[in-house]
Design a protein around this ligand. Structure first.
Ligand SMILES: N[C@@H](CCC(=O)N[C@@H](CS)C(=O)NCC(=O)O)C(=O)O
Length: 206
């Protein structure tokens, strides 16, 4: 099984965390995003959206990180990251969709403006964009923090795919200057995510 990824991509990291936790071996293929390798015809055949991660398994090609996480979990007998019970699975799905729709837009803006642009010398930080990213992220963080006030993990009997999906991008909170410092419940929960073996095992390699 092969995963096209980039070490700085938290969209790829949530998939790596899932694979590491489940004990699934992946052949990692790094796509050089800084050099535009995602726009080459051979990669566009795999993912016309020019994005990582992409999974290849026995000739089946799958893009979109949340779909890949679900696929890996469903391949693994006895796993608990993605429960089979209808309501428990719907609860995990709720947070996966919420992550894509409500959390990632702010994270993507702040990561791009505060971390990626300066690191790769892609022009000055746009203060209007930073303010928009901070507004989006603060709104999402309030929901997350309130939910975690009386919950150890996002869904009962965690960790689940929900914790990996949202925990992975929060790994960039320092470099991306995410306005999350005051959210104590969120920070306590993220400390638990960072204590998982899958966190260490999915660290971006230099
Ligand atoms: N919704 C997608 C987002 C993937 C994504 O945005 N990947 C970024 C890296 S974090 C990428 O490959 N960007 C390259 C580009 O857009 O050209 C997922 O969850 O897999």
């Amino acid at each position: 099984m092969r995963l096209y990824y980039h070490p700085l991509s938290s969209n790829a990291r949530r998939v790596l965390m899932t694979a590491r936790h489940l004990g699934i071996d992946l052949e990692l293929v790094q796509v050089d995003l800084a050099q535009g390798a995602q726009n080459r015809p051979e990669f566009l055949k795999l993912n016309p959206n020019h994005r990582v991660p992409v999974l290849e398994h026995d000739g089946f090609v799958l893009w979109e990180s949340y779909a890949i996480m679900q696929y890996l979990a469903d391949l693994t007998p006895g796993q608990t990251l993605y429960p089979a019970d209808l309501k428990a699975r719907a609860d995990v799905n709720r947070w996966l969709f919420w992550c894509g729709q409500d959390f990632m837009p702010g994270a993507a803006i702040l990561n791009w403006e505060n971390a990626i642009k300066p690191r790769f010398g892609i022009g000055p930080t746009d203060a209007t964009e930073v303010a928009r990213g901070e507004r989006l992220m603060t709104a999402a963080a309030k929901v997350l923090d309130a939910h975690l006030a009386d919950a150890d993990w996002l869904c009962p009997n965690g960790p689940t795919l929900a914790d990996f999906a949202i925990g992975a991008p929060i790994g960039n909170q320092e470099s991306g200057k995410y306005p999350l410092g005051a959210f104590a419940n969120l920070q306590r929960w993220h400390g638990q995510v960072r204590a998982l073996k899958a966190w260490e095992a999915s660290q971006p390699q230099p």
